[in-house]
Design a protein around this ligand. Structure first.
Ligand SMILES: [Zn+2]
Length: 177
């Protein structure tokens, strides 16, 4: 799985590609939606194992579509029009699933359940573009375990890959508008 930084950079790329005006509410909504799938760490925290429910149904196309509908109805962006916000935010959410699909995964289940609830099968790319994130399986040491050199290099790799893409998509968005 990529880090929050990687997912947030992907959000800027999707925003740029969709030629969405960049303002504070767009940036906040973009970052929240691009990272929302990892909310599945939370229930695990309560049972002492943050990884237990990770890469569950929140990492599916169905969750991306549901999230798109929900945010098109309730987010401050809804004034842009339902379909536009739905496509944008479903795409933003799906960017998270796509990045996880192309990331190294060192713990089972490997990859993402793309077609949940139709199928419980997990999918992962045959090659990794992004690195994995080192994290403990105990709630007590989970946060502390994130601050290691391995994760620093994971972030550097994400920035090197995603910053040029983000820039390019912003430029494309501007020249096409
Ligand atoms: Zn994820």
């Amino acid at each position: 799985m990529p880090t929050t930084i990687g997912h947030s950079l992907a959000a800027f790329a999707v925003n740029g590609f969709n030629r969405v005006p960049i303002n504070k509410s767009m940036m906040i909504t973009g970052i929240v939606v691009a990272n929302l799938a990892d909310i599945d760490f939370l229930p695990g925290f309560f049972v002492g194992d943050p990884n237990r429910f990770h890469h569950g149904p929140t990492h599916s196309i169905a969750a991306a579509l549901f999230s798109g509908v929900l945010f098109a109805l309730i987010s401050p962006l809804r004034k842009l029009g339902f379909m536009r916000v739905f496509v944008l935010l479903s795409g933003l959410y799906f960017s998270h699933i796509l990045l996880d699909f192309f990331a190294a995964d060192t713990s089972s289940p490997f990859g993402v359940p793309l077609f949940w609830p139709i199928s419980d099968q997990y999918f992962i790319s045959g090659f990794s573009i992004f690195s994995d994130v080192h994290k403990d399986s105990s709630s007590g040491s989970f946060i502390q375990s994130l601050f290691v050199m391995h994760n620093f290099w994971t972030i550097v790799r994400e920035i090197l890959i995603l910053t040029p893409l983000t820039y390019l998509w912003f430029k494309l968005g501007k020249t096409n508008s």
